[in-house]
Design a protein around this ligand. Structure first.
Ligand SMILES: Cc1cc2nc3c(=O)[nH]c(=O)nc-3n(C[C@H](O)[C@H](O)[C@H](O)COP(=O)(O)O)c2cc1C
Length: 234
């Protein structure tokens, strides 16, 4: 197995850290129907809506609205994490988070962002690049009210991205809040919590095909609200 060879080559690796699978030989052949220029929608958001519907109905995905958000700090150092897409329309793609979190601090310093939808069971991937702006407080409040009571308390209890001394600190912060705001009582919207709307500058639709000759069609924003579509080599 590759892992044994790797370990022999790397005497610094601790015993027991061998790769448990033969990763080099793990690959799937994608047999999906292709994606061709004539069938594309007029805007990337319309095209996204078509693919999202398929992903959400028969895509075999646990959470089709889960996406990887990548940000970079002011020095260009990147970081990524999964968040849930909560809304999309021609104005952009919206997610909610803690404004004191690492991602939010990075977006405040550098609003350029990438969103990646890893729809692996469908041999599909959508990659959005754009600029993130905070949503308005009314929009944030309207969404916050739709969250389950426990999630509302959780938004208060977590100082997201900060180091905590242990699980107990989180549980006791939550218990205090649960005592202050029992079920049925309105939880105020935390001032440090809210949405980001990503206004797309490009959206790439990737469809896996046979022999690694995948289809990659990318919409690129042009002035005046129009879009140019280009095909990228796989
Ligand atoms: C499936 C999934 C969905 C998630 N959804 C969100 C979300 O909508 N908002 C959020 O702030 N964190 C969400 N998280 C947690 C983030 O991945 C991350 O741990 C957290 O936001 C802190 O990120 P940061 O320290 O890089 O800012 C989710 C994690 C997973 C695995």
């Amino acid at each position: 197995m590759g892992g044994v060879t790797d370990r022999e080559a790397d005497s610094t690796r601790p015993a027991g850290a061998e790769v448990p699978f033969d990763l080099a030989s793990m690959r799937k052949q994608y047999r999906a129907e292709g994606l061709a220029e004539p069938e594309l929608a007029a805007t990337p958001v319309e095209q996204f809506a078509r693919w999202f519907k398929q992903a959400a109905t028969d895509g075999g995905l646990f959470e089709p609205n889960a996406m990887v958000v990548s940000t970079a700090d002011a020095e260009g150092r990147p970081s990524s994490r999964t968040v849930l897409l909560k809304h999309f329309d021609e104005q952009g793609f919206v997610f909610y988070t803690n404004y004191d979190s690492r991602k939010a601090r990075e977006l405040d310093a550098n609003p350029y962002v990438s969103l990646l939808f890893p729809w692996h069971p469908m041999a599909r991937q959508v990659v959005v690049t754009g600029v993130a702006r905070r949503t308005g407080r009314d929009e944030t409040a309207a969404y916050f009210r739709t969250r389950p009571h426990g999630s509302q308390l959780g938004a208060w209890a977590s100082v997201q991205s900060s180091v905590v001394p242990g699980r107990g600190a989180l549980d006791s912060a939550y218990a205090e809040l649960a005592a202050r705001y029992p079920e049925g009582e309105q939880v105020p919207v935390p001032p440090h919590w809210g949405g980001f709307r990503v206004v797309p500058g490009s959206v790439e639709f990737w469809q896996g095909r046979e022999n690694r000759l995948h289809d990659r069609l990318r919409y690129v924003a042009e002035g005046g609200g129009g879009w140019r579509v280009e095909r990228l080599s796989p």
